[in-house]
Design a protein around this ligand. Structure first.
Ligand SMILES: Cc1cc2nc3c(=O)[nH]c(=O)nc-3n(C[C@H](O)[C@H](O)[C@H](O)COP(=O)(O)O)c2cc1C
Length: 179
């Protein structure tokens, strides 16, 4: 069976761990070959403060019922807020919003000082100009390894024609030609 790293030894997960599993850093590099969009996932904490971070673990899960998922690292300071919040929003970034991706992946006190944010379902921060927004009611959060898996039921979904921001192999990209 062909694996993603075989063609390029530079991205092979070649340093096995104790159980013959790939070394985490090597695995991360190979996982990075899976191209994704980039989102900012948001909620409000118990004090009504806005909380959010850049995440590309977002994915579709189910159409009926409408479910989406994403994961948050266990050590994140955002975890208590997301674990307690009834709602979250997934803001799929437009290419023009790359600076917000940097900002929400950095230890900045007020990440929401930039961007045009308004309140969505349950008060979750929703970003104007995003490529898509999914406002969700959280249905499940469960520990899964070093991350917490969040599943949300989509209450409201809206897309736009904005060109999406893409992430691949540790770098941001623009959408290429249609094949
Ligand atoms: C493109 C990109 C995707 C990311 N995806 C995730 C993700 O899915 N889950 C996660 O926990 N962190 C992810 N991160 C890292 C967080 O954005 C980063 O650790 C940020 O500092 C988290 O905020 P916190 O320090 O308040 O937890 C990603 C970062 C980037 C640049």
């Amino acid at each position: 069976m062909a694996i993603a790293g075989e063609a390029d030894p530079a991205v092979a997960a070649s340093a096995p761990g104790p159980r013959g599993e790939p070394d985490p850093l090597a695995l991360r590099k190979v996982l990075g070959r899976f191209a994704t969009g980039v989102t900012i996932v948001t909620c409000i904490d118990a004090d009504g403060q806005r909380v959010g971070l850049t995440a590309n673990s977002f994915n579709a899960l189910s159409l009926e019922p409408p479910l989406v998922l994403w994961s948050l690292r266990q050590a994140s300071p955002c975890l208590p807020a997301f674990a307690a919040a009834r709602h979250f929003a997934v803001n799929v970034l437009a290419a023009s919003q790359i600076e917000l991706s940097h900002r929400f992946a950095s230890p900045i006190a007020d990440r929401f000082a930039h961007g045009d944010w308004h309140d969505g379902a349950g008060g979750v921060p929703v970003l104007a100009g995003a490529a898509a927004v999914f406002e969700c009611e959280r249905t499940l959060h469960q520990a899964a390894g070093d991350h917490i898996l969040f599943i949300g039921r989509v209450l409201h979904a809206a897309g736009s024609a904005a060109a999406p921001l893409l992430f691949h192999a540790g770098h941001y990209h623009l959408l290429g030609d249609r094949l």
